[in-house]
Design a protein around this ligand. Sequence first.
Ligand code: FES
Length: 101
Amino acid sequence: MAFVRVASASRLREGNLVEVEVAGRFVAVCRSGGAIYAMDGICPHSGGPLGQGALHGTAVVCPWHAWEFDCRTGILDYNERIRVPTFAVRIEGDDILADLP
Ligand code: FES
């Protein structure tokens, strides 16, 4: 794919985490520290919906068993070998665009 719209920048406030479905793929989009991040929305543990979890600082917390992934890198907090794919983000007007594979 390429850069595709995933959310509205003005509606994604600081500390927000949302789940977006784009062409059948779930993406977790969040705003932390004024920056916007996008990562794959499916937890590598057991498939939990990361975009329905919580955001604690830069940690996306899976709602099923509370694994925590850094939204900047996708890396699991206690095992850096486990990583959720992250996607480059750019803003055009009010659109958040993510570079989805
Ligand atoms: S499915 Fe995400 S922590 Fe278990």
